[in-house]
Design a protein around this ligand. Sequence first.
Ligand SMILES: Cc1cc2nc3c(=O)[nH]c(=O)nc-3n(C[C@H](O)[C@H](O)[C@H](O)COP(=O)(O)OP(=O)(O)OC[C@H]3O[C@@H](n4cnc5c(N)ncnc54)[C@H](O)[C@@H]3O)c2cc1C
Length: 407
Amino acid sequence: MDGRVDILGAGLSGLAAATILAKGGREVHVHELRKDSGARFDGDFQGIENWTSQKDFFDEMRDWGLDPEAFKSDPFSIVDLVHPDDVITNPITDGVAFRVVERGTAKHCIDQGFKKMAESAGVKIHYGVRKDPLDCDIIAAGPKQSSAVAFGEIFKTSHENHVTFQLNDKLAPGAYSYMIIIDGVGLICTCLWRKQRRSGRFLDETIAWYERNYELERIPIKRVGGKGDFSIPDRYIVDGRHYVGEAGGLQDFMWGFGMRYAITSGVLAARSIMGEVDYEKEVRGRLLPLVKASATNRFLMNRMGDRGFKAVAKYWMRDQRRSGDGLRFMRRIYEPGLLRRMIWPVARLALLRRGASSDGRRHLRMPFRKALKRDVWEPSMEAMEVSKQWKKTQKKGAKTSFSSSDQ
Ligand SMILES: Cc1cc2nc3c(=O)[nH]c(=O)nc-3n(C[C@H](O)[C@H](O)[C@H](O)COP(=O)(O)OP(=O)(O)OC[C@H]3O[C@@H](n4cnc5c(N)ncnc54)[C@H](O)[C@@H]3O)c2cc1C
């Protein structure tokens, strides 16, 4: 057996790396601050995208020796796309557009699936510990700072399995809201790409919108959320330490679909440590162009309000009518093609700020943008009812697993 490998963080990127290394015969130790894998999330649904590569992501996982059957997932080929003027259309594809997974500590969650894979491969995971990053070979500790946040409410519902994606600059400033329903449990979430005071009002108003437009019979269970860290470092390996997942700045700047980048970068770091590939080169060749394309899209999205969002939604549907495939639009906008490469130098200057991390890396970080005048509005009566209902639910013991210190 070759030398020991230490990994900081038992999330998706860390556990993907750990599994590959242990299967390759290494002694692997993962050090996790929290009590369990997935504890950062607490039962929210997330989508693993299937559009940044022609290859189905689960087939890619199988090729790497990771088992997508180790956790529950639900494939989707159609969504409700809500335009800013409340028109609803349906992007649709023949194959799998994305898969919904649950994040958290329950057995069927993706985090627990990755934990199971790692432990069966012989990885030793140490929970509830602090470890000096300087003593680790892989840093997989997730986001550090906030460039954006997402808030959601999990609820019981009688509605069938369903996904809605809504572009609306009032309910989700600069970003989008979504509703995911799986087996009688729903999540309504709003993403804030501009920093807000009293951010709970955005979630209340978003929930009120969904209640008006869908038969939900919603019974709130808990509220969840988290931050996203969007930065591009100057290096991915520092003094032998491999930075993976969000700790390595490998995130989707446009819409925050970071899971695929996290797992892929974990696998690449493991293979690099085993001498099979050069991590720095692989990230720069394979992931960084996608990150830059997403940052360019984010730069363009930041210039838009609802009129721009409407144009995007219309263009998406026109593209579907022409090609017969609603996923082609997503593939195209995430493609690091010539146009995005030409806009990138401007996007980089306008969107990102220079900084340095205590670990010796320099980076270009997307700051959390300030609120705009149009983000100040009075809540609707329905949103006030949603807020009251949540306060009552809280009194009965319902929890919010996200605090202002997380922002
Ligand atoms: C609300 C929300 C919704 C999202 N929705 C989606 C989605 O729909 N689709 C998608 O693809 N992505 C989504 N993302 C992004 C996705 O969750 C992340 O990009 C992905 O989890 C990053 O994986 P990671 O391995 O880098 O970090 P994580 O999976 O977060 O793992 C990091 C681990 O490191 C641990 N840790 C932190 N600091 C230390 C330390 N000092 N020492 C030891 N351990 C430490 C943490 O506890 C955690 O377990 C969402 C994010 C949020 C917040």
